[in-house]
Design a protein around this ligand. Structure first.
Ligand code: F6R
Length: 251
């Protein structure tokens, strides 16, 4: 069974972020013990800023909300400035009233990464599964760090990062640091078990991946195309990220 994700093309990145933050805040208001799946990267930065603002103004509480991040680099200590652990603390967790025990990232420093992946899956299951999963999309169509070719039934595991992903994220690392080549990521199968999925895409660099996700073959060559196997996916794009959807030739 395949589905067509609900697509909203919004004016710009600010509109994408404020719409996403509204959806997440409404979800938390309806279900104060919600389980959120969270993405890192540049795209959701303004979403987290919006959510922090709501908490600071007393309009929203994360008390009782559980959060599971999508991925973490392999071998980076949690305190490294480019780790996703640091990112999530800096952008959200240090600024909201979430309980320390209620947020989780895959442990990229574990000696046994297979066991860490299995443990992460068990923790998600124990929490009752992800209610709302926030995603970005890579220029190569990746979701989480599931690079092209990742099986649709994959679970949380160690993966090798594509060269283009390492390049795209290199600027997050201090000068002189060598970015990691591997990561621990929720699998596509893990992501597809979320009850609802919200994917954000902004900027012209994402346009081809968005078109491939929405209109190309449903195939592991484009990991995000797996989202068309899920009945409750919303895609929020700005006009630039939607610019290859018209069917016209797209450079
Ligand atoms: C982040 C993640 C990645 C990013 C994607 C887009 O946790 O899993 O899939 O969402 O690489 O990154 P940005 O938003 O930096 O373009």
């Amino acid at each position: 069974m395949t589905y067509q994700p609900e697509l909203s093309v919004l004016k710009d990145g600010n509109a994408v972020a404020s719409t996403a933050a509204r959806v997440i805040a409404a979800h938390i208001e309806d279900s104060p013990a919600a389980v959120l799946g969270l993405a890192t990267g540049r795209t959701p930065l303004a979403v987290y800023a919006d959510l922090r603002g709501r908490v600071a103004r007393g309009e929203l509480s994360f008390d009782g909300v559980r959060c599971f991040s999508l991925d973490e680099y392999q071998g980076l200590p949690p305190g490294h400035p480019a780790s996703y652990h640091s990112y999530m603390c800096r952008e959200l967790f240090d600024h909201v009233d979430i309980r320390q025990d209620d947020w989780h990232l895959p442990d990229g420093t574990a000696d046994d990464l297979a066991a860490a992946g299995a443990g992460y899956e068990a923790a998600i299951r124990h929490a009752g599964g992800v209610d709302l999963q926030l995603l970005g999309i890579g220029e190569n169509g990746h979701i989480g760090f599931n690079e092209p070719g990742a099986p649709f039934e994959s679970r949380t595991r160690e993966v090798a990062l594509a060269a283009s992903t390492i390049r795209a994220n290199a600027s997050e690392f201090p000068p002189g640091d060598t970015p990691p080549t591997h990561a621990l990521t929720m699998g596509i199968g893990t992501i597809l078990e979320a009850r609802r999925i919200l994917l954000l895409a902004t900027g012209s660099r994402k346009a081809k991946a968005v078109a491939a996700m929405m209109t190309g073959p449903i195939d592991p060559a484009v990991p995000a195309s797996a989202l068309r196997l899920h009945p409750a996916v919303t895609i929020l794009c700005d006009a630039e990220a939607a610019s290859c959807l018209s069917g016209d030739e797209c450079g």
